[in-house]
Design a protein around this ligand. Sequence first.
Ligand SMILES: [Zn+2]
Length: 315
Amino acid sequence: MSVTKGTGETGDATPSNARTVAIVALVIAAVVTSAYFVGRMAGTDTGGRVTMAFPTDSPTPSKRAPRPAAQRQRPVVARLPAVQPITGPNRPPLPAERGGPYGSRKTTGTPEVALTFDDGPHPTHTPQTLALLRKYGIKATFCLVGVNVMAYPRLVRTIAADGHTLCNHSWRHDTKLGLRSRPDIRTDLLRTNKAIMAAAPGTRVSYYRQPGGAWTAAIVGVARELGMTSLHWTVDPQDWRKPGAGSIAGTVNASTTRGAIVLLHDAGGDRRGTVAALRSILPNLSHRFRLCALPPGVDPPRLHGRELPLKPGQV
Ligand SMILES: [Zn+2]
């Protein structure tokens, strides 16, 4: 073939060369023509997909090709996990929640509402509170002060026997405990736990509440080392200021939502207002929510004398 023979024959328009050029031109024309038609067909087929790939650039979104049925049926929002109730005979630990100061717990993390009573036990107001809780079949959580536990150990036993959960509220209601050294904090919390467990053998103390809500990183950390969840609150009617039963009940009934931890006091002063408010709060809330004692918890796991990360929810 002369075309492949040598470049020196360029311009030598022999008949063989002319035929070859014509064939090549025909092939090129055929390729270009078929590419044009393939392009048109492809454009028609994939026009919808191209538009969907750049939806924000499309000036006429209403003219987009309809999505395939499988795409339209895809759920927009991920399914929420099932809620585990924390009441019942085999209740699991609370789901983790660290919404309060320094990572303390602020809500139950479930739809259930937890009533908490601080500063006791008190020889008058604690039995009145227990009687009302019994009347409405409600379990709660009591945050106890060490010196009061020593003074009224029988009341601690009654609280535990009624199925309420026990919580450490420091030895003598020290609002500055969080500012003290970690060894001092540890001594105070351990002494209080020891008194509670001596008063009501077989109980566990898995929660700590700092007096005055004066949390610090140190006290949350020591409580955690001792296997206690730092327990803050969601609803505070300021009942210790004695605003009257109407105000206490009004605030609690209006402010309580699912998962709330409600702060009340059965000691630390004259609590007739709180006890009277309970006659409204207990029927009101128990009609709207499931009220629960916080899970009493388990001892923190240990390995070779060292504490391991606590159970889920014990944060
Ligand atoms: Zn208190």
